[in-house]
Design a protein around this ligand. Structure first.
Ligand SMILES: [Zn+2]
Length: 704
């Protein structure tokens, strides 16, 4: 998924995308022709917490190896919560902003646009020195009729500002700036919109959550009063101070327009009635030129702009679309309910790294012909009313969309969960279970609090309790921790449960209820992925009720008082889970030593410090400590289609020959180490480079 790396000099640190390091509220916002931003929250347990420095720390965000952001940290804002915990809010800007680091002096420019662009980039590269901040040019293709730019560079202006002022905002040049982040540096391009079409269709009932279209007719007029420059003041009045104080009349069109100083568009008058406006062209001195300009302008009034806003689900992370939404590309948007079926350009895309499905998209204004809006024979007032009514209809239809949207959400959460649970089931450490509060020295539950039918619980229908209650006397503390990994699928309030939420993971639906006096005592939201031990809420009542079912939660509520197997005993699940806990299965700050010792102990092998060091050296040589790596060099294994994989670079068939039951995930370093110690001659088989196991298999499963 997403990986975030920071770089300080030669030191690189991964701060997001690993099991141990995760950022909060991480968002990349991209806009066409502007620098992107990347903002996030980092917590003290993150390896990178003390390594973020303003202006000097570089940062990369990749998605499956593809760069989506490269830039630098520009603000580090330390914060703390009321409970005394610390975190930092970080803001980063993308490489395009480096063009603000170089400054120009006054200059008259009279040359080919492409040459000027090259000069600006070269000047920038000269000034910034640091290769990280320099640009190579990928494409430089914008020009005009004369293939010439004539302008003045202001003293002290930054190169980015200069590019904006005299290239992008130049009426007959224009175009867009973009940066391509490549392995060997940043490539800048100055091009026109290439009208690239994205493959993902944005469609109602598929991935379109909301879409609204707002026609903007506020600037429309059907009668235009055009004015040109101010009239020449006669010579004899020039020195009269009073003349300078009063306003001077402007050139108008009456002398060339049958005595009328205005223009009318009959078609527009038919459509919207008589709506007058004025427009002044400072530079036009000839009435005839003014008339031509005004006629041209009034014609443009037959067009109006429509602004679209939309929220869509990116189906790419779910494997349901080939590509993700990309800023600047055009997408086919279909909503038959409101008659939208067109290619719209995304001029802004915000990606949420923590919730990869949620993209906020901004679409550029679309220009449409007013006549297409079939406004014939309507007076302005009626017409405006109608537009207002249409907006009402849009609103209503948007409400209808919300229903479909909720269904869509459920489907997507389910798909997402399937993907997550698949990833989890491949993980040998298993998804652990734990108590929701720090366990007291002696674990004790009164009968009525236990799951099932127990003395003391007779007051309930059938005497049955469908969960486990953690009373605040036997289980003190207020922070409620997740008892198992999962994704929050439901959250709300209901009679009997109070404020509650449900997580789903590994097929278990777990409800946390009755503990939260107010909705804000729940600290998670639908879609959040929680790990065992994460704080999910604050208990503000006398007990927390935890219920576990493998059935659909709402259906399971129908069996709240039936001991029919719908509900499971949370106490047993937690206690069994704790027993099966594999201990340290992941490297600690990159150190595989603790995992090696743990795997050896599980396989009943006594190892010396020297053995640990020999195995660490082997790991370092084989995979550099990367347990998910697949062989990168060509050899006989690769040729046979069975590249070596993982921490110790096992070929799959060899790994399977030594792996123990329940630990056959080749991409798990822990599972590989269990297999490693399952070789009767593991110690003498260590050779660097080129090790292979030669002994016999010791156990079928982890020995008791
Ligand atoms: Zn209960």
């Amino acid at each position: 998924m997403y990986l975030v790396k920071i770089r300080n000099g030669d030191e690189t640190t991964v701060i997001h995308g690993t099991k141990n390091n995760t950022l909060g509220d991480a968002k990349v916002s991209m806009t066409v022709s502007a620098a992107s931003s990347f903002t996030f929250i980092i917590y003290p347990n993150n390896t990178g917490y003390f390594k973020l420095r303003e202006w000097t720390t570089y940062i990369d965000v990749t998605q499956s190896g593809k760069y989506i952001f490269r830039g630098r940290v520009i603000a580090v804002d330390p914060k703390h919560n009321e409970d005394g915990t610390f975190y930092k809010e970080i803001t980063c800007e993308s490489a395009m902003a480096y063009l603000n680091d170089s400054i120009l002096s006054w200059e008259k420019v009279d040359k080919k646009p492409a040459d000027f662009f090259v000069e600006l980039v070269n000047e920038h590269n000269k000034q910034v020195v640091d290769a990280e901040k320099q640009f190579k040019i990928a494409e430089n293709s914008v020009t005009n009729n004369t293939n010439n730019i004539y302008c003045y560079v202001e003293d002290g202006i930054s190169i980015l500002e200069e590019m904006k002022n005299d290239l992008l905002q130049n009426e007959d040049l224009g175009g867009e700036l973009s940066i391509d982040y490549r392995e060997d540096g940043n490539y800048i391009s100055w091009t026109r919109d290439k009208k690239v079409k994205g493959q993902q269709v944005i469609k109602l009932a598929k991935n379109l959550k909301t879409l609204s279209a707002k026609p903007d007719i506020s600037k429309i007029c059907s009668v235009l009063y055009p004015f040109g420059s101010t009239k020449e003041v006669p010579v004899d009045q020039k020195n009269d101070e009073k003349t300078n104080e009063v306003s001077t009349p402007r050139i108008n069109i009456s002398s060339v327009n049958n005595g009328k100083n205005y223009l009318e568009d009959p078609e527009l008058i038919k459509a919207i009635g008589r709506a007058s406006n004025t427009k002044t062209w400072e530079n036009i001195k000839e009435p005839r030129n003014l008339l031509a300009k005004a006629q041209e302008y009034l014609k443009t009034m037959r067009n109006y702009r429509v602004a679209y806003e939309l929220d869509a689900v990116d189906l790419q992370p779910l494997g349901l679309a080939v590509d993700s939404f990309e800023c600047g590309n055009y997408y086919h948007v279909i909503n038959p309910v409101i008659n939208v079926d067109e290619w719209l350009r995304l001029v802004g895309v915000t990606i949420n790294l923590n919730k990869p499905l949620e993209s906020t998209l901004t679409v550029g204004d679309q220009v449409k012909r007013l006549v297409d809006y079939s406004m014939d024979n309507l007076q302005t007032e009626r017409n405006l009313k109608r537009l207002a009514a249409e907006q009402q209809v849009l609103k209503h239809q948007n409400n209808m969309l919300i229903d479909e949207n909720n269904q869509l959400k459920q489907t997507i959460i389910k798909l997402w969960n399937d993907i997550l649970s698949k990833q989890e089931s491949n993980d040998s450490s298993g998804s652990a279970w734990n108590w929701p509060f720090k366990p007291p020295a002696t674990i004790r539950f009164d009968g009525a609090k236990l799951f099932g039918v127990n003395p003391g619980g007779e007051f309930r229908p059938n005497g049955f309790h469908d969960g486990l209650d953690f009373g605040s006397v036997n289980w003190p503390g207020s922070e409620v921790k997740a008892i198992h990994d999962g994704t929050v699928t439901l959250k709300g309030s209901m009679d009997g449960l109070g404020n509650y939420f449900v997580t789903n993971g590994d097929g278990f639906n777990i409800v946390y209820q009755e503990a939260f006096g107010s909705a804000s005592d729940i600290r998670v939201n639908i879609g959040d992925h929680v790990k065992v031990g994460d704080v999910v809420g604050i208990r503000t009542t006398d007990h927390l009720h935890v219920g576990v079912t493998k059935h659909d939660f709402n259906a399971a509520l129908g069996s709240a008082f039936s001991n029919n197997g719908t509900w499971l005993d949370p106490k047993k699940l937690i206690e069994d889970g704790l027993k099966n806990n594999m201990g340290t299965t992941q490297p600690v700050n990159g150190d595989w030593g603790p995992v090696i010792r743990n795997a050896a102990a599980k396989m009943k092998v006594n190892i010396s410090d020297n053995d640990v060091n020999r195995i660490k050296a082997l790991i370092s040589n084989e995979s550099g400590g990367n347990q998910t790596v697949t062989q990168q060099v060509w050899d006989k294994n690769m040729a046979a289609g069975t590249p070596a994989q993982g921490l110790l670079q096992y070929v799959p068939s060899t790994f399977n020959a030594y792996a123990v039951d329940g630990h056959r995930n080749i991409k798990s370093g822990f599972d590989q180490l269990l297999a490693f110690f399952n070789d009767s001659t593991w110690s003498s088989d260590i050779h660097i480079p080129g090790w292979s196991p030669n002994g016999s298999k010791r156990f079928d499963k982890i020995p008791a």
